[in-house]
Write a protein that binds this ligand. Structure first.
Ligand code: ADP
Length: 326
């Protein structure tokens, strides 16, 4: 009987050993399964010292609790990627802007310097050119002043510093008065400016806007219409009902000028974008910022702006205004 005992002990030890190995293997497997996603979740620090979260694609196979954590971390990683892309874009835009500003400032400064130096070199005593050079220098100083004003405006709008003073007011007398104020500018170039309303009733049609800023938009558009039209042409400010489902009105500035080729239209409202660089720069006051400011102001009024144009046949700039507070 006693002789059979060792035969029973041996399989028991063997089974225990097997179970032990299995337990160790299982715990390794479980630990590895648990650690893999945790390791992948661990943020790293990149060469610039930024904490970087990686995407956790393995998360789907992990236990429920970890899945929730991985989803949260995925969201942080995604947000971090978006923030980083936005930061890089902002940096690029800022340095492009700075390069444009320096370039734009340099042109009139060099021109003024050139005129003064020529005058000092003797032209001041030449009655045939001295007044002309002084007039040109004054024109460039004016350009510089316009550029600085536009730059201040655009940076105040973009940084949110420009305070708008919205109120309800009657748009018809506003546009009529504006047209009368601007007509002499058109007449001086042997053009005409008129106002036409297609909105009923004519007696009281209110809009919600900032009068000063709205005037700035219209001055820019009418000024461009005059600048890019030939003498004898007519410029019209029109007021129309907006789309039927919206509580909006549409204002149009229509000219019969040189028009704009279709390839330029998508970029027209960008800062410093000019269609014909030589022509626009030589025209007094052109900064290439006017339409960018117009777009910003329209958007601050919760409106939209667009342009239709045909080369040689004129352009129509139109924007929307709200009939009630937003
Ligand atoms: P600028 O100060 O040079 O006029 P804007 O931003 O006001 O700058 O206009 C950008 C460009 O769009 C202008 O350089 C011009 O080429 C074109 N443009 C604007 N308005 C008109 C228009 N009514 N007719 C033809 N071209 C226009």
């Amino acid at each position: 009987m006693w002789a059979e005992k060792p035969q029973l002990v041996e399989p028991a030890i063997l089974i225990s050993l097997l179970l032990l190995v299995l337990a160790i293997a299982l715990s390794f497997w479980f630990a590895a399964r648990l650690m893999k996603p945790i390791r992948e979740l661990m943020p790293t620090v990149d060469s610039e010292g930024h904490l970087e979260f990686r995407s956790t694609k393995v998360a789907v196979k992990t236990p429920e609790e970890l899945k929730a954590v991985t989803i949260a971390i995925d969201q942080i990683a995604e947000k971090q990627r978006r923030d980083e892309a936005a930061r890089r874009k902002l940096e690029r835009v800022r340095s492009e802007f700075l390069a444009n500003v320096s370039h734009e400032l340099r042109t009139p400064i060099f021109a003024v310097q050139g005129f003064i130096e020529t005058l000092l070199d003797g032209a001041v005593d030449d009655p045939a050119v001295n007044r002309d050079f002084l007039r040109r220098a004054r024109g460039q100083a004016e350009r510089l002043n316009n550029l600085l004003n536009d730059l201040i405006d655009i940076s105040r709008i973009e940084s949110g510093e420009m305070r708008m003073s919205f109120r309800m007011f009657d748009i018809h007398p506003f546009l009529r008065d504006f047209t009368n104020e601007m007509r002499p500018m058109a007449l001086a170039k042997t053009m005409d400016l008129e106002f036409k309303s297609k909105v009923q009733p004519k007696d009281e049609v209110s809009v919600y806007a900032d009068k000063e800023r709205l005037k700035q938009v219209l001055i820019n558009l009418v000024d461009n219409a005059i600048k890019y039209s030939e003498s004898g042409s007519l410029i019209r400010i029109e007021l129309l009902e907006g789309e039927p489902t919206t509580r909006e009105l549409t204002v149009r500035v229509v000219d019969q000028g040189i028009g704009i080729a279709p390839e330029h239209l998508p970029r027209l409202f960008e800062r410093f974008y000019r269609v014909d660089k030589g022509r626009a720069r030589s025209s007094p006051g052109g900064t290439g910022l006017g339409l960018a400011i117009v777009k910003h102001i329209t958007e601050a009024h919760h409106g939209t702006i667009s342009v239709r144009s045909e080369l040689g046949h004129g352009s129509t700039f139109q924007f929307t205004l709200r009939k009630e507070p937003f």
